[in-house]
Design a protein around this ligand. Structure first.
Ligand code: PMP
Length: 344
């Protein structure tokens, strides 16, 4: 793979912004190079633009090298950067699966990049052949989300590997829900595939959605382009510090994720026993896609009971489906009570 052929020509040619902390990252006594306020407020200095301390910790936790890691303001930032690095507006295209997470299409629309949608099967399974046959001359990036949102299922790894091996562009595997599944992460396949980018986030199992911290894992060559295009100080110092503290809690996070996995299994059984439920799709994430007799009526009824779920009924293969996040034991109990009291 020739990465320079995949990167947009203007991104290849441009000279990135060089911040004060790019030009001098060492120690000093007096810093008069960044037009900061010299009075100590706890926040008066710009943060490390490359988040070195945080990256060292995350890289060791995830068993990758620090130069294989980009940190963003949520993984949504990484999605946006991928579009901006690789896709020429009004010329290039991306492929997404249908249904899937909505931001790939939105980020593409912002960049004026066309989207080809390849339908998953009605059971939300992936066929490598149908993805590969949708590839056109302008297809630069294929986005694959596993476990998939909104269906919740793991996509077949052999099919995914076939796509990564045969597609001559970038394949993004979005593993936002990886901590809830038994499936292996693709972060350990980076050496094998030069065209692979894996996304993960601290917003789900780690319980830090408000912090806005996402990860992209890729070859050092690809990560260099992320750094070239990102805003100079894209992660604020509070997020960096807080994440360093919370990373110490990895065992508790594992426990929390396991608890949610068990709660999901229980909730699935309980939902299946309700007469208004037509089916619950198998999930490897922290949510369930549930098919009802009449999802609109149930969605409105749940709002009247002040329980908010996500209406996915307009998505492909999701007719009459609501997406329900696994909550605490008490929340799940109240959800079931409310569904039980729904009168057809
Ligand atoms: N990918 C998927 C599949 C998601 O479901 C989400 C959030 N719902 C994201 C990425 C974005 O996560 P973040 O909070 O890290 O921006």
């Amino acid at each position: 793979m020739n990465l320079d052929k995949l990167v947009r020509s203007n991104i290849l040619a441009m000279k990135p912004y060089s911040s004060a902390r790019d030009e001098y990252a060492g120690d000093g006594e007096i810093f008069l190079d960044a037009n900061e306020n010299p009075f100590e407020t706890g926040l008066n200095r710009y943060p490390d633009p490359y988040q070195r301390k945080l990256k060292a910790k995350i890289a060791s936790l995830k068993n990758v090298q620090t130069n294989q890691l980009f940190l963003g303001n949520g993984s949504d930032e990484a999605i946006d950067l991928i579009l901006r690095i690789f896709c020429e507006p009004s010329t290039d295209e991306i492929i997404i699966l249908d249904p899937t997470y909505g931001m790939y299409q939105v980020s593409a629309a912002i960049q004026n990049v066309a989207v080809r949608k390849v339908p998953l099967t009605p059971n939300f399974e992936l066929s490598a052949d149908s993805v590969l046959s949708a590839v056109g001359s302008g297809t630069k990036v294929i986005f694959i989300c596993t476990p998939n949102n909104p269906s919740g299922n793991d996509l077949d790894h052999d099919e995914i590997k076939k796509i990564i091996s045969e597609f001559p562009g970038i394949v993004v595997i979005d593993e936002a829900y990886i901590d809830f599944t038994c499936a292996e992460s693709f972060t350990q396949s980076l050496e094998e595939f030069a065209n692979l980018i894996v996304l993960q986030t601290f917003s789900k199992a780690w319980g830090m959605a408000a912090l806005r911290l996402g990860m992209a894992f890729a070859s050092p060559e690809i990560i260099r382009y992320f750094n070239k295009v990102k805003a100079p100080y894209n992660l604020n110092v509070l997020a960096q510090k807080e994440a360093l503290i919370r990373l110490e809690e990895a065992p508790e996070v594992r426990q929390m994720a396991d608890e949610l996995k068990h709660a999901r299994i229980l909730l699935e059984q309980q939902l299946k026993s309700l007469p208004i439920v037509k089916g619950v799709f198998p999930s490897a994430a922290n949510f369930l896609l549930v098919r009802f007799e009449n999802s609109n009526a149930i969605f409105d009824y749940m709002i009247s009971r002040e329980i908010i779920v996500r209406d996915r009924s307009k998505a492909l293969h999701c007719q009459d489906c609501l997406r329900i996040t696994v909550g605490t034991e008490e929340e799940n109990k109240r959800l079931l009570q409310a569904l039980n009291s729904f009168k057809v």
